[in-house]
Design a protein around this ligand. Structure first.
Ligand code: DQA
Length: 144
């Protein structure tokens, strides 16, 4: 089973970026957590991060026929990108949306998620642990 984890803008700044909201763990810590989860779950996990909307759209399109599931934290593009929503719909790969923070408890503009409209589940406010939950959820979901 192959899972693609996509991270949008500024997620590479984890640990430096607003630690009170996103925590003190670094992006390298997130990559280590993904590797560990992949080993535990017996799935293949590939991670891609980009600060560019079109690059994320390209990565979703390129996943077609190659990946069984997608875990996506589109960062700020969550709340603006119809292009990412359309790409997820175009490839029809089961996707889980992850947000490190509890977006529903923050500014009103963070309470709309376009990408989420094409996702089978949203996990928010669980910190980096949310990525682990998303991979484990997708593993079960894809088995069914
Ligand atoms: C985020 C929440 C978004 O609103 C924000 O723009 C991000 C990170 C999260 O993981 O909590 O970049 O997706």
């Amino acid at each position: 089973m192959k899972i693609l984890v996509l991270n949008g803008p500024n997620l590479n700044m984890l640990g430096i970026r607003e630690p009170k909201i996103y925590g003190k763990n670094s992006f390298a810590d997130l990559l280590a957590l993904l590797d560990q989860t992949a080993r535990e779950a017996g799935v293949e996990v590939t991670q891609y991060q980009s600060n560019h909307e079109g690059s994320l759209v390209d990565a979703i399109q390129e996943a077609y026929g190659k990946y069984d599931g997608i875990v996506i934290n589109p960062g700020a593009y969550t709340h603006t990108s119809v292009a990412i929503l359309d790409a997820l719909k175009a490839v029809s790969i089961p996707a889980v949306e992850v947000h490190i923070s509890d977006v529903d408890a923050r500014e009103p503009f963070r309470q709309i998620s376009y990408a989420g409209m094409a996702c089978v589940k949203t996990i928010k406010g669980q910190g980096l642990e949310g990525y682990r939950q998303a991979i484990l959820f997708l593993k079960d979901y894809l088995k069914k």
